[in-house]
Structures are given as C-alpha cells and as structure tokens.
Design a protein. Sequence first.
Length: 213
Amino acid sequence: MTRLPPAMFAAVLLAMIPMGSCSTPPATTPPPVTRTPQAQTEPTLYTAKQCFGSMVNLAQRWQPDALPFHMESELTSETTGQGGKSSIWRAIFASQSRGTMKSFVCSGSRDPSAPARGYTSSAESPYPPNVPALLFDPSYFQNDSDKTFATTLDHGGSALIKHDPEQPVVYLLDWNAKQKALLWTVIYGKTQTDRKGICVVNAATGAFISAGK
C-alpha cells in the first residue's frame, strides 16, 4: 500500500472536516419577557371636595332641583381619616319637587366589604319633614376637609394624635339653621359616643368656632 506523506495526509483530513460557520445555525435573540403589572392594592384617599363636585353633578342629573343637606366620611380599616382624607365619602341630597332624598357614595376603597370604587347611589326615598330647612347651596362649601383638619390640630387635635397615632377622625358637614352657616363637625373618635374630642369649623370661611370633648 502506498503511504501518503504526513503533510498531504493532514491536508486531506482538513478538507474532510466541515466548516463550523456553514453548519452552526445563526444565534437568535430571545423574545422580550412580558411582565404582568401587579394589581393595585392601595386605596385611593380623597378630601371631601374632591368627591363633592361630582356628587352634585350626579344628584342634579337625578333631579335638577336636588340640593345637599349632609355629607360625611366613613371609617375603614384602610385609613384613620387623619389629614382630612378618607377612602369613602357619603352625601345625601333632596329634591323638594319630588319630596324624596337620595344618597351618593364616592369610594376609593379596596376593602371587599366597602362600596364599589367610583360613584354609586341609593334608591330615592321620602325625606323627613325637617330636611328642607337643612338644604344648602353647594357654593357655600369652600373650606375643604384637609384644611379643616389642620385647624383642629391647633385646638386639641395634635395632643390626641400624639397620644394615639392611629386616632380615628370622622368628618360631618351640615347646615346649621340657627347660625345660618355651613359647618364642619370633626369627631376624634369612631362615633359621637366614644369620641375623645370634637371641633366645629365654618365650612365656608374656615374659621374656628368651638372645640371640646
């Protein structure tokens, strides 16, 4: 058998080896990872005026002569009510032409037991005889709940919060027929019966009126 010279034998082997660049598939870029946004779990907190304007519009769509006579914040496990903000506000309007009233709720709560987020309303029902004397013009409402809360801090509120940083605060907005004024009643407590303090502020001017326990 004829032997190939070593140099020629190596050349034959190289010719038999396929070129890697011809047999390796081109590199591919992996597709971008799509991240699913996490569901928002924090409640949305509102001052009273942030809800009030839309409530007025909804009430006057119900009845053009509808006027408010009460507004209040609602305590939940999500907020103490401090800072003049709440995740739920409720206002009641009445139509004298129909003799009925209807409540509207503004909710930013994520609590499963709370009213649905956004604006909802109740069915209308006849109002009590004293309601017409309690109706007020929406334009009287000028001093928002956050500014009202700041006023209460100077009249006993700061001491109560220092004693209990989780002190609940509830806000009530009503027309006072005797004083002929729209007033905020700010309750330091969950209810009137268990309150630690109370403060009354003019909702039109922001003036402090009274404080006590």
